[in-house]
Design a protein around this ligand. Structure first.
Ligand code: THU
Length: 141
């Protein structure tokens, strides 16, 4: 899929966003290493905290369908300003791309794009490697 097609998929998802509280639609299109693409939108909740961002909707759709390695994600918002992924979404993306090499493409309301890597957005990230070989003290004896 071309970059433009991926960005268009993210833009198309703006129409699916469930945003009765913020009225701030976000769309995402996640491209896996094998070329499969999963799209997502934000899904809000009256209790606010259960709200799921567009990026995580796309990641969870992909992982639940057996896709765990990602190449690119396009993130579209209806604002002229480029909307950056929240910290929680950066962390969730990093879980499946601990090398932080995947491309993040932001798309604004004019269809303009800005590209960066996950490393640009989440340097010094905490990942599973910190837990390797770690055991609580009582279990070490
Ligand atoms: N939101 C996203 O879906 N992705 C982002 O990158 C930033 C924020 C959503 C969460 C909430 O539904 C709305 O935007 C306002 O915060």
């Amino acid at each position: 899929m071309t970059k433009q097609e991926l960005c268009q998929k993210a833009v198309d998802m703006l129409a699916m966003a469930y945003v009765p509280y913020s009225h701030f639609p976000v769309g995402a299109a996640l491209e896996c290493d094998d070329g499969a693409v999963f799209a997502g939108c934000n899904i809000e909740n009256a209790a606010y905290t259960p709200t799921n961002c567009a990026e995580r909707t796309a990641v969870f759709k992909a992982v639940s369908e057996g896709h765990r390695t990602f190449r690119r994600i396009a993130i579209a918002a209806a604002t002229e300003r480029f909307t950056a992924p929240c910290g929680v979404c950066r962390q969730v993306l990093a879980e499946f791309n601990p090398e932080l090499t995947m491309e993040v493409i932001l798309v604004n309301s004019r269809g303009e794009t800005r590209e960066m890597t996950l490393r640009d957005l989440l340097p010094w990230s905490f990942d599973g490697s910190y837990l390797d070989g770690f055991l609580p003290e009582e279990e070490m004896t």
